[in-house]
Design a protein around this ligand. Structure first.
Ligand code: G4P
Length: 280
């Protein structure tokens, strides 16, 4: 995926989002639990104003369970309902209704005063590309099997998905752009494969990832059956991995491109273990 966000694109995205917001009671922002800061765009805070919201930390099958809990508490303190989810395996989406309901207490009270007793929750999913928005929508749609037809006043692009627990979901997610200004954010998005723009060449990206995996030394040692200590440089660790994996060219030269691709791909698939790259 090639993401080029120019101010024009951003304006169109914001306008579209604002239009869709009018149709829903609550917004579910999806982020990648491996990079709980870099996969957010704070612009959403401005767009949402007082709209009820929840935060879904997705890809929990790939992220560090201890860190998941820490991030959950962190975001809960910021007054958001937070869920830790593995959408790929349809895990822990069941509490969606309960999490939303907590955020809708004020709305329910307002409705009651106006004699409105409709407890349907109209919701939309938003987030930057690749965090799992479509996967979540498909899991919800798949469970109930129902994509509802158009509603009056809703453009054809917006269809509603009815879930079994009286949640109606807009089937088109709101797409936010990643926040690129900080180079660290760009790196994190590249590590997880959220962007494939060439921020760095493959070898340098893999080398930087090894540096980030110092927190997860045990995982790296076990996965590649290597041994090293703090004295060893990231490059030396990469060379050890290459030797173990036989990524050696003719003449005994290390095939850095090959081993870099292996490391990046295995990290993205969770083969090095459940890893969170950002700490509070
Ligand atoms: P998006 O709508 O936010 O852009 O994301 P989408 O659902 O398309 O998901 C992006 C990739 O992330 C998909 O992989 C999807 O299977 C994967 N994914 C979504 N949720 C989870 C999860 O909870 N755990 C794991 N492990 N993966 C998840 P893909 O089809 O292989 O796409 P790509 O990686 O080739 O881009």
């Amino acid at each position: 995926m090639n993401i080029n966000w120019y101010p024009g694109h951003m304006k169109v995205a914001v306008d579209k989002l604002k239009q869709s917001l009018k149709l829903v009671d609550i917004v579910a922002e999806v982020i990648d639990a491996r990079i709980p800061l870099s996969s957010r765009n704070p612009v959403l805070d401005d767009i949402l104003e007082n709209k009820a919201r929840i935060l879904i930390l997705n890809k929990a099958d790939l992220s560090d369970p201890n860190q998941n809990e820490k991030w959950k508490r962190h975001y809960e303190q910021m007054d958001m309902g937070v869920m830790i989810v593995d959408a790929l395996n349809n895990k822990d989406l069941k509490s969606l209704r309960k999490t939303c309901e907590k955020e809708l207490v004020e709305k329910r009270e307002r409705d009651k005063k106006r004699n409105i007793f409709d407890d349907t929750i109209r919701m939309m999913i938003v987030g930057i590309p690749n965090v799992g928005k479509s996967t979540i929508i498909n899991q919800i749609a798949g469970r109930s099997g129902a994509r509802v037809g158009n509603k009056p006043g809703v453009t054809k692009a917006n269809q509603w998905i009815k879930s079994e627990n009286k949640i109606q979901l807009l089937d088109t997610p709101g797409v936010l752009w990643p926040k690129f200004e900080d180079p660290e954010v760009g790196l994190n998005l590249a590590f997880t494969g959220a962007i494939t723009d060439n921020i760095l060449d493959t070898e340098n990206l893999a080398l930087k990832l090894i540096g980030r995996l110092r927190y997860y030394e045990k995982n790296l040692k076990e996965r590649y059956k290597i041994d090293y200590d703090v004295e060893n440089t990231d490059l030396e660790i990469m060379q050890m991995i290459a030797e173990k994996r036989g990524a050696i060219l003719k003449g005994g030269v290390i095939d850095y491109f090959k081993i870099s691709n292996t490391i990046l791909s295995e990290f993205r698939k969770g083969k090095i273990g459940r890893i969170t790259l950002e700490r509070i």
